[in-house]
Design a protein around this ligand. Structure first.
Ligand SMILES: Nc1ncnc2c1ncn2[C@@H]1O[C@H](COP(=O)(O)OP(=O)(O)OP(=O)(O)O)[C@@H](O)[C@H]1O
Ligand SMILES: [Mg+2]
Length: 418
């Protein structure tokens, strides 16, 4: 990619093409390399001119913007598509993102919005390209995973549906990883509104939480997180969620991101218990993570949401190596088999954890993780296997610094089913 952003305009209306060309002509870092009047012409011009960004009208006769974007992804995949539409409906947005568009602009838009979108998708593609090179460089320089010298691995425990066991898995995973010895393990409760980590670990809710850190982050004075972390007897260091939902409002995406980077720099493994809601903060956390343990259960709603999430994760640039599927309560005999799940979501389940209501709920009510109180149980063994797998994962340096309005836009439609 050169320093100037090469843009191809695709719109069947000549006046719109002219108008967009003129608008972009004022920008010193953007170069309009061509303007196509149809989808077919766009495909030819893209291959010939090598644009970085394609500004694509969604409504065109013959081949519309969505079909053209799909074809473009095959013929010239390095171009990032910014879709333009007069309709802002969720279905249009969703179909555009699934076709491979990186951004969605609703007409009429200002020239600032237009240029910001172009710059944003371009920067994101450039970051992505540099990240593809980075893991090779990391292994060449001997960067290790959790337990090694460099920065730690950040593992987000997520699910697109609530109540499937994220907190249970996050807490026991952190404890199991700490039991392996020699690992500095942090556990961050990012369910900021209704955090349960403190309950599962029987921690005093009067302890400091991330809400206490926010003012320090605002003025950039966080020397060390030590005074905000609670030392649990297992060795895990815990950063609690705010004590009330109102205080949770204070924690923004940039705070969460900075906290994670600080935790990463001071620990070998950072386990983050994420909410299932999809807001900018959670998106920033998932971006920062090296690994997203995505939990599902043998329920049709969980499977449906997972299928949609996997499509979306792909559009958000989360490669298959970043996502691991964890089937919780995998042995539940509720009429759906693991093979059915895998067939439905088109992907293998990476890890399974058995259902053990007795151990899990007893542990929860006592405030002692089952991994500590009932180590021999199958459910503990499953979590230990997961911990071993996670600890062996190298961080995907550099951590993603992607912040995009298309992601924010995507989330609106992507999670509309919830
Ligand atoms: N493997 C398991 N076997 C039996 N029960 C389980 C298992 N995992 C989780 N549970 C139970 O499922 C319920 C939900 O678990 P948990 O609170 O960890 O889910 P969550 O995804 O964090 O939910 P929330 O959306 O409320 O944050 C709890 O009652 C928990 O004890
Ligand atoms: Mg939870």
């Amino acid at each position: 990619m050169s320093d100037r952003i090469k843009v191809l305009i695709v719109d069947d209306i000549p006046e719109t093409r002219d108008h967009l060309s003129k608008l972009l002509g004022f920008e010193s870092d953007i170069e309009v390399v061509g303007a196509a009047a149809s989808g077919a012409e766009a495909l030819q011009m893209a291959v010939a001119l090598g644009p970085d960004v394609v500004l694509m009208d969604i409504n065109m006769p013959d081949m519309d913007g969505i079909a053209t974007t799909e074809q473009l992804a095959v013929r010239y995949p390095s171009a990032a598509v910014v879709m333009m539409s007069v309709q802002g409906e969720a279905d249009y947005l969703r179909r555009s993102m699934l076709a491979g568009a990186r951004e969605f602009l609703v007409k009429p838009f200002s020239s600032d919005e237009l240029t910001a979108s172009i710059r944003q998708v371009w920067m994101r593609e450039r970051d992505k390209a540099s990240r593809i090179v980075a893991p090779a460089a990391a292994s060449a320089t001997g960067t290790t995973g959790a337990g090694g010298e460099g920065p730690g691995t950040v593992v987000a425990v997520f699910s697109p549906k609530g109540g499937v066991g994220r907190t249970t898995v996050a807490v026991n995973l952190a404890v199991a990883a700490a039991s392996l010895g020699g690992k500095r393990v942090a556990l961050m409760d990012a369910s900021f509104q209704f955090g349960d980590v403190g309950v599962l670990l029987n921690l005093n809710p009067k302890n400091k939480s991330i809400a206490d850190l926010v003012p320090e982050l605002e003025v950039g004075e966080t020397d060390s997180l030590d005074s905000f972390l609670i030392n649990h007897s297992s060795g895990v260091r815990v950063l609690l969620a705010p004590p009330t939902p109102e205080q949770a409002e204070l924690v923004g995406a940039h705070h969460a991101k900075r906290v994670i980077e600080r935790l990463r720099s001071e620990h070998d493994l950072v386990v983050v218990d994420c909410p299932s809601s999809f807001n900018d903060t959670n998106l920033a956390i998932l971006d920062s993570a090296d690994l997203i343990l995505t939990l599902l259960s043998l329920e049709i709603t969980s499977i449906k949401n997972m299928r949609l999430f996997l499509e979306v994760a792909d559009q958000l640039g989360y490669g298959p190596e970043k996502l691991r599927l964890v089937l919780n309560r995998a042995d539940s005999t509720l009429g759906i088999r693991v093979a059915d799940v895998e067939h439905s979501i088109g992907r293998k389940v990476d890890h399974t954890i058995v259902s053990d209501g007795r151990s899990v709920v007893y542990a929860l009510n006592r405030g002692v993780p089952f991994f500590l109180s009932n180590r021999e149980a199958q459910v503990s063994q499953d979590v230990l296997r997961l911990a071993n797998a996670v600890v062996g994962t190298a961080p995907a340096v550099p951590a993603a610094t992607v912040k995009s309005s298309s992601k924010a836009a995507a989330k609106k439609s992507l999670f509309a089913w919830r």
